[in-house]
Design a protein around this ligand. Sequence first.
Ligand SMILES: Cc1cc2nc3c(=O)[nH]c(=O)nc-3n(C[C@H](O)[C@H](O)[C@H](O)COP(=O)(O)O)c2cc1C
Length: 293
Amino acid sequence: MSEETKTKEGETSEKENLKESFRKLDTDVLRAITRQRAHHTDRSMQRLAVRESAPASEEGTIFGMVGASRGLSAALEVLQERECGVETPDVRFAVETLERTERFAKEKTYPFSPVARPFDEAGLRAIKEAIYTRRSVRLCRDEDVPDELVKELIRAGQWAPIACGVQGVRYIVLKNPDHRKLIQQKFLAAAPVVIVVGVDTRFYSPLGVGKDNAVLDAGAAIENMLLMAHALGLATCWGTQANFSAIQRELQIPDYIRIVTYFSLGWPSHNPIPISRVDVAEVACKDGWGNPL
Ligand SMILES: Cc1cc2nc3c(=O)[nH]c(=O)nc-3n(C[C@H](O)[C@H](O)[C@H](O)COP(=O)(O)O)c2cc1C
């Protein structure tokens, strides 16, 4: 048997083994793996495409890309066995990523998007206004926030960076006053909406994604949501004190979801005075602790 045939057979049996282990998984977890493998395959391709100018790394090799894409194709095949179509954006992206690897193998090109340009003046003004005028607003009018706006915030949360592309952040919207009561800080529970943010723990340590990343993913999502809420004229205040186990129980949230944090949401009735932050020089250093930036 030639070396090439042996390698091919080895690859096929490795993929079959992967598929066998994937078949034992819940579809949610398998989709998270699909997202993770698509992310790693895409990342490898980007690095390989500019190999000449980028520093070498283990993933910037054909081996890195082929390894990730083999896992991706195994995951996609098992999803197909379960008749999970390609309608969802994550699976669609995964299928397209696999197709790109085939083109990449022949042409060694990656369809980079145009390099981002700085925002124009109005755009910069808007982002600075969002960042520098957002405040924690703890007093709200007794007026509902339409679900469409809540969804817009959640979409903004989803577009925050996420570790390894797993998309494990989950959003539990509390509008029912009985549910909001489970938030210990009464002034936050008094807002018409509380958005509880949790993470699907099955997508972190079990997939080799550091578990601290789960908390960071949740925090990044919250910040995006707070800025979007502010831009929409909504009041928010981040909180962490709540009876998380009661929320978990009363809302029948599965054990594998870890509640991390929450924020209150409503229409502001009062805006607090501007506060301050210490100077950058006090909080930053350069190339060594204590060296000024
Ligand atoms: C992780 C975290 C937890 C917080 N917990 C609370 C809280 O329990 N109650 C509260 O009123 N504000 C809470 N805040 C809001 C902070 O008090 C607020 O962000 C800080 O005072 C700065 O004010 P600003 O948000 O208006 O800039 C929390 C903020 C963060 C990031």
